[in-house]
Ligand binder design. Structure first.
Ligand SMILES: Nc1ncnc2c1ncn2[C@@H]1O[C@H](COP(=O)(O)OP(=O)(O)OP(=O)(O)O)[C@@H](O)[C@H]1O
Length: 341
């Protein structure tokens, strides 16, 4: 693979390979060190706590944040290094964030055309292409409206059409659904799933987004990659407390049933059993809250805080209510432990 700066314009319309080795040191004391490689057409989710460095990673890959060390390569062509950042039209990357950032003086169609014209598409083809992209995101009937005449969700759809119409080899989406209501977000999620044929890195706070859209997940914590792999595998075997909480697992740090002291015990709410009598490793807990789930009821208990999933019939049969004291037990084989650092 070539490693130098490529003079050629990047291939348009084809998904590209992305290889980013990003090191950023900010005066504020924050530093980011992350390495991500994507095959052409692969969609990878990026998750992590607030302030971990997710947006910084995407900005660096987009060529908007200078690197302290490392390089970003697309199809082997270096588009960013500490010495040089390629001009925007040669990077082959688009970044779409929470804010649609449409040109306010241009209509929805003209906004989409703009991205295509930058790729030297003729005016007539750009108009036809813009209408076709607006149709794909469900806003073709709004083509002549100015951004100010569109709702937030409609603006975000137009911004997505503009980003994809430029046929980038790599698309970067930084929480594009966060500011939208759940229904609009679900619609856009489907559009991304159906229409993004580029290689894509998507920052999200939503585990459902990661499962629905991406094949792999990269978790960033404190400026470093803390876990990476297939989305399902990462959620099935959380390596950090943050990933465990994403995956909806119990995370107990103060020990349970006299075991796991000095460790973080991680287990599924569905693996906690309610016993009729005390046994080795069981513990007594008071129910503080009941929550209905799609498949039954989640009991929240205290000291330690543990969630327990049971079926609705069980709740009625055992006469469980807020304030009930239960004897709980979890099979040690179902408990994963982390060192309590
Ligand atoms: N322009 C900036 N100048 C200096 N520091 C910044 C700048 N932007 C962000 N930071 C800091 O860099 C760190 C990483 O921020 P970043 O926005 O990448 O995090 P994030 O993981 O995307 O967080 P969030 O989920 O809240 O958006 C934070 O400590 C943040 O305060």
């Amino acid at each position: 693979m070539a490693t130098g700066v490529c003079a050629m314009t990047l291939r348009e319309g084809a998904a590209s390979a992305l290889d980013a080795d990003v090191q950023i040191m900010r005066g504020s004391g924050f530093s980011l060190q992350a390495q991500v490689s994507l095959e052409p057409g692969e969609i990878v989710a990026v998750m992590g706590p607030s302030g971990a460095g997710k947006s910084t990673l995407l900005a660096a890959v987009a060529g908007l944040e200078p690197l302290s060390r490392g390089a970003v390569r697309i199809d082997g062509c270096e588009i960013s290094s500490p010495q040089r950042i390629a001009p925007a039209h040669r990077r082959g990357v688009v970044l779409l964030g929470q804010d649609p950032r449409l040109f306010p003086h241009l209509s929805a169609a003209a906004n989409v055309e703009f991205g295509m014209r930058a790729q030297r598409v003729s005016k007539a083809d750009a108009r036809a292409g813009a209408l076709s992209w607006l149709a794909k995101v469900g806003t073709v009937d709004l083509a002549d409206r100015a951004p100010a005449q569109l709702s937030g969700g409609q603006q975000q759809r137009v911004a997505l059409a503009r980003a994809l119409a430029a046929r980038p080899g790599v698309v970067l989406l930084d929480e594009p659904f966060t500011a939208l209501d759940p229904e609009t977000a679900a619609g856009l999620r489907e559009i991304v799933h159906a229409q993004v044929h580029s290689t894509a890195l998507i920052v999200t706070h939503d585990a459902v987004d990661a499962l629905a859209i991406a094949s792999r997940l990269v978790v960033i914590e404190d400026g470093e990659v803390s876990q990476a792999g297939l989305v399902r595998e990462v959620f099935a075997a959380p390596a950090t407390r943050f990933v465990a909480s994403l995956a909806g697992r119990n995370r107990v740090t103060e020990g349970i049933g006299g075991s796991y002291l000095g460790q973080v015990a991680i287990f599924k709410p569905a693996d906690v059993q309610i016993l009729a009598h005390q046994r080795g490793g069981s513990w007594r807990a008071r129910v503080t809250r009941l929550e209905q789930t799609l498949v039954g009821v989640r009991l929240h208990t205290e000291s330690p805080a543990v969630a327990v999933d049971i079926e609705l019939e069980d709740l009625a049969e055992r006469e469980i209510a807020v304030g009930t004291t239960l004897e709980l037990w979890v099979d040690p084989q179902r408990v994963r432990t982390l060192t309590n650092a």
